[in-house]
Ligand binder design. Structure first.
Ligand code: ATP
Length: 319
């Protein structure tokens, strides 16, 4: 559905995106994840034809965006990060105006039905006769979403769609995005990891204008997460436990945590590569006659992965 090749965008001396390439299949919900200034908006603005790239190519639904922009743009619905409305228009008037801009059917009845269907879909049906300026921020965002859905776009591009919304509005907009993914290919940008994790099938991490990673949230966790990291709780004295941990020969590093239970010690342990540290610890404590009360794997969060990919990993107080 979307093929981006060697995309470069320079603003004067500043290279905002530097040779980005990716393909997106029909029906995928893809998250563009990056810190502020990483290049997400620039990428999206290039994809929507809003700005011209310095070099590279973008094919959307088989049409070259740079050579045949009208055809390529026709299949796109776009919700920009900063959205300007005509505040003195009523919601339906505004959506009718967007139909004009997008060239969506001149048949009045079909247009009316389309607008009403979208208003129902985004939860503004009851408010469709209101002036936009009288709507709350959350409802304005839904109007923004509604205009992006006009004309049944095959591709939906949503730039930071939940910024500035309250938690319940965020949940509703996320649900809208997931629902939209049933009909359109969706690209959504965010700097919120959990948001991308809950909405998207695939994450493209952008850092400093480059792609730092590309895969499913699960795949990224497996590939980059620390699968060999466990937390344990052991009943006994630290000196004895310490001896057992070291004797396993399987531990790369470990840290003692704040004790949570009388007579017990808690640790976070990182095993050596290629060794199942859980098994070594289990056997070690059993042989020493020291009760190992708890052992559980520490799931790598996308947050940690992101910090690693972008070179901002912290070194926690290791022993
Ligand atoms: P944010 O989440 O803060 O919007 P972003 O990932 O969307 O960040 P971009 O807005 O694409 O990042 O910006 C990428 C880089 O290009 C930044 O360093 C930004 O300062 C720079 N930049 C963006 N637009 C312009 C412009 N019109 N002129 C000059 N530099 C720009």
């Amino acid at each position: 559905m979307i093929v981006v090749k060697d995309l470069v965008k320079k603003y004067g001396d500043k290279t905002a995106i530097d040779g980005i390439s990716f393909s997106i299949k029909s029906g995928e919900i893809v998250g563009l994840l990056g810190l502020n200034g990483a290049g997400k908006s620039t990428t999206m603005n290039c994809l929507t034809g809003y700005i011209a790239p310095t070099s590279g190519s973008i094919i959307i639904d088989g049409n070259d965006l740079l050579k045949d922009p009208d055809k390529a743009k026709k299949v796109i619905g776009y919700l920009p990060e900063v959205f300007s409305f005509y505040p003195d228009m009523r919601v339906v008037e505004y959506l009718d105006f967007i139909c004009d801009l997008k060239g969506y059917t001149k048949n009045k009845q079909a247009r009316k039905e389309h607008i009403e269907e979208i208003c129902r879909q985004v939860g503004i049906y009851e408010l469709r006769g209101r002036m936009i300026r009288n709507l709350s921020k959350g409802y304005k965002q839904r109007v923004g979403f509604a205009q992006a859905l006009i004309g049944h776009p095959k591709v939906l591009i949503l730039d930071e769609p939940t910024v500035g919304l309250d938690p319940s509005q965020i949940i509703e907009i996320r649900q809208l995005i997931r629902d939209s993914g049933k009909e359109s290919t969706v690209i959504v940008s965010s700097h919120i990891l959990s948001e991308i994790q809950t909405i998207c099938d695939r994450v493209i991490v952008i850092h400093d204008g480059h792609i730092a990673a590309d895969g499913s949230p699960k795949h990224l966790e497996e590939a980059l997460g620390n699968a060999n990291e466990v937390n344990i709780r052991v009943r006994g004295a630290h000196a004895d436990i310490d001896r057992v941990i070291r004797a396993t020969g399987a531990v790369r590093r470990y840290s003692r945590l704040q004790p949570q239970e009388d007579g017990c010690e808690d640790y976070i342990i990182v095993g050596k590569d290629g060794v199942d540290v859980r098994e070594k610890l289990f056997r070690g404590f059993a042989q020493a006659g020291i009760p190992l009360l708890q052992i559980y794997g520490k799931e790598a969060s996308l947050e940690n992965i992101f910090l690693r990919l972008t070179g901002k990993n912290e070194k926690a107080g290791d022993k």
